[in-house]
Design a protein around this ligand. Structure first.
Ligand SMILES: O=C(O)C(=O)CO
Length: 256
């Protein structure tokens, strides 16, 4: 298992210095890191820490985060996507993450679904030849993202299949999926190759694996047994210090 620490949450209480969290991730034996909002980060400091630690950057969130369910956002998103892909290439990330945006009042689900398909088709043109893929991320609408459009992994996969371009994939966050009552094997059956990146956290609390009741290990085993071979992104809020949260995580999911 190759673990990627989301340093928005992991090592945050240990180090207000953002780039230094990369060194702490290396010291904790992790393989990669990931973060959000690259436009707000000190990129030269991040670049230096990545070079020094030799950790990978598993993913970046594509900026700007604006609702792709709204066709009026598409031009701005595609301009930002080009810059995000350049940044991903500069820092060595192979995956950009996109969120669908909110379920917009006054628009049918079918219209918004089509808006996503159209936008991601243009996104594939932007990404063609860059070596970077875009992962659309379904999120739970029960706890963390009330009003978000894409709460179903199957609908995310359907959108990916309608776009039908190698540059467009999904991010499968096991936490969001299980919170929505999905069964990993059921929703990803025959479509595991559409998964660009995986996230984990436990429930309740969105804390480290092993702190709650989700069967994360079962989902992860299914993913790896069925051909997923990418990073496991640790996108959780540590209940206490990051080091002890990692000990619980490794006990629960297996160390690497
Ligand atoms: O915004 C969230 O909840 C995410 O999972 C982002 O990856």
């Amino acid at each position: 298992m190759k673990y990627s620490a989301c340093i928005e949450w992991l090592f945050a209480s240990e180090s207000p210095d953002f780039a230094n969290r990369i060194r702490l991730a290396r010291d904790a034996g992790l393989d990669a890191i990931e973060f959000w909002k690259w436009t707000e980060k000190d990129i030269p400091a991040v670049e230096k820490a990545l070079a020094e630690t030799k950790l990978s950057l598993s993913s970046l969130v594509a900026e700007p985060m604006i609702p792709l369910t709204d066709t009026a956002s598409h031009d701005a998103f595609l301009v930002g996507l080009r810059a995000s892909a350049e940044m991903a290439n500069r820092l060595g990330a192979k995956v950009l993450i996109a969120q669908a945006g909110d379920d917009l009042p006054g628009r049918t689900r079918a219209e918004q679904h089509q808006a996503l398909v159209d936008c991601l088709g243009h996104a594939a043109d932007v990404l063609a030849g860059t070596g970077v893929v875009l992962g659309l991320e379904p999120l739970n609408t029960l706890i963390d993202h009330k009003g978000y459009f894409l709460h179903s992994t199957v609908e995310g996969l359907d959108i990916v299949d309608e776009v039908n371009r190698p540059e467009i994939r999904i991010v499968y966050d096991i936490y969001h999926s299980l919170v929505m009552g999905e069964d990993t094997a059921n929703v990803l059956k025959d479509r595991i190759d559409r998964v660009a990146h995986v996230h984990v956290a436990d429930h309740p609390g969105r804390n480290e694996p092993g702190s709650g009741t989700l069967e994360l290990s079962k989902s992860l085993h299914w993913l790896f047994d069925n051909g997923y071979d990418g990073f496991v992104g640790l996108e959780y809020r540590p209940t206490a210090d990051t080091q002890s949260s990692l000990a619980t995580t490794f006990r629960t999911l297996g160390s690497h």
